[in-house]
Design a binder for this molecule. Structure first.
Ligand code: C2E
Ligand code: CA
Ligand code: CA
Ligand code: CA
Length: 280
């Protein structure tokens, strides 16, 4: 179909219209599910490679759609970013994860994981007052700022300005900062100089190369040097095999995450204890 818009002829493909409608429907469903409590959080271990001890957990959101069942965050996070719901949803994930860590501390004492890792989108970072909301959630749960690692992508902060200021404010407050999916975004190693970073999360695609052609996984090798040279901690993402784990260790990686060590799981015993999404 072609429509005249301001003197220009704009050609719409039916496929795109349908996609836009589907996204709109999904966005409306997200809103309802936020009210109805159809989201939960699962936790994936981040382990020390030398002894596979769990040092932290990454919180990952899950949506149980009332009709469609499980919907991947890869499908709904971009929609929530577009319609702004990610601000509310992301804050709920942050609150839930911090609440969970506090519960682990109470129940497990020194055996509890050292920190919890939470993904934060560009939209959240550019929301005014984001850093105080985060430090408020930490305080509510009696957690010191170093109990939280905020995962941001290169793309989220590449736009600069407000997002970088939010990262700086969090870092200033003592919250740990990770660059997620490192190497896949608008990569500029210069970003590591302009943004305070504690952890590099080396993307799964580079870890996969180890299995494709062992000994030629040049990027994971290069990135551990970058990380060590800058005094950062590196976490290799998406480790699926013993071979990959051993190879990463031989390169000097200290931390890894992936199905080989553990899939994301809801925490048995604590799932009823999550704060309501409509509270507050
Ligand atoms: P991510 O932050 O890079 O998270 C890692 C993703 O890889 C997760 O997918 C995890 O389940 C998956 N994964 C971990 N280990 C392995 C492995 O060994 N093999 C494979 N094939 N996959 C592995 P998930 O949970 O589907 O999340 C996808 C993406 O959605 C995340 O990628 C993140 O970008 C986004 N996301 C998830 N939860 C949140 C959230 O609470 N807030 C925001 N803003 N984004 C989120
Ligand atoms: Ca992440
Ligand atoms: Ca990642
Ligand atoms: Ca990813």
């Amino acid at each position: 179909a072609a429509k005249a818009a301001g003197g220009h002829v704009v050609v719409y493909s039916a496929g795109l219209d349908e996609q836009a409608e589907a996204a709109e429907r999904l966005g409306a469903d997200l809103r309802h599910s936020l009210e109805d409590g159809d989201f939960h959080v699962v936790y994936q271990p981040i382990v020390r490679l030398s002894d596979t001890r769990t040092v932290a957990f990454e919180a990952l959101v899950r949506w149980n759609h009332p009709v469609r069942g499980f919907v991947s965050p890869v499908a709904f996070i971009p929609v929530a970013e577009d319609n702004g719901l990610i601000v509310e949803l992301g804050e709920w994930v942050m609150r839930t994860a911090c609440h969970q860590l506090a519960a682990w501390r109470r129940d497990l004492g020194p055996a509890a994981p050292g920190y919890i890792s939470v993904n934060v989108s560009a939209r959240q970072l550019s929301e005014p007052g984001f850093a105080p909301v985060v430090t408020g959630i930490l305080a509510e749960n009696g957690l010191e700022p170093r109990s939280l690692l905020v995962e941001v992508t290169e793309t989220a902060i590449f736009g600069g300005g407000v997002a970088i200021e939010a990262v700086e404010a969090l870092h200033e407050a003592g919250v740990l900062i990770a660059l997620d999916d490192f190497g896949t975004g608008h990569s500029s190693l210069g970003l590591l100089r302009t943004v305070p970073v504690d952890v590099l999360k080396v993307d799964k695609s580079f870890v996969d190369e180890i299995s494709e052609s062992p000994g030629r996984a040049v990027i994971v090798d290069a990135l551990i040097h970058v990380s060590n040279g800058l005094g950062l901690r590196a976490v290799a993402e998406g480790v699926e095999t013993a071979e990959q784990a051993a190879y990463l260790r031989s390169l000097g990686y200290q931390y890894g995450q992936g199905y080989y060590f553990g899939k994301p799981v809801p925490t048995p015993g604590f799932t009823d204890d999550q704060p309501s999404i409509v509270s507050g």
